[in-house]
Design a protein around this ligand. Structure first.
Ligand code: SF4
Length: 111
């Protein structure tokens, strides 16, 4: 009986000349998606401070995750503030209402 050539089957991975590509890059990173996700259930889309802040820290006392006053410097909206817009909506709106010089502005929400 003549030998019939058989298709070669790959051996264990370490025997393969070319390793199989990893597919991990095709799966979305859950952690990355969470970081990039927009705030959910929050009408507030953006918060900013206009000129004229007197550094009274009223806003920082209400929502320190969103507002930061460093010493006598003007107030800033923290870079990571957006992730707190939903959870701190009332505090952010209250800060905008209580700001003595009315420089906290909101896109969305009620100020
Ligand atoms: S409440 Fe208004 S004036 Fe006071 S620190 Fe905040 S932005 Fe500035």
């Amino acid at each position: 009986m003549a030998d019939i050539p058989r298709p070669s089957t790959p051996g264990p991975p370490e025997d393969r000349a070319t390793p199989l590509p990893l597919l991990a890059h095709r799966r979305p990173s859950i952690q990355g998606n969470v970081r990039a996700a927009p705030p959910v259930n929050s009408p507030i889309r953006r918060v900013w401070i206009e000129e004229g802040c007197i550094s009274c820290k009223v806003c920082e006392d209400l929502a320190p995750q969103v507002f930061s006053v460093d010493g006598d410097a003007t107030c800033i909206v923290r870079p990571e503030a957006m992730r707190h817009f939903a959870a701190l909506q009332e505090e952010i709106e209250q800060a905008a209402k209580d700001c003595p010089v009315e420089v906290i502005k909101l896109d969305g929400g009620q100020a």
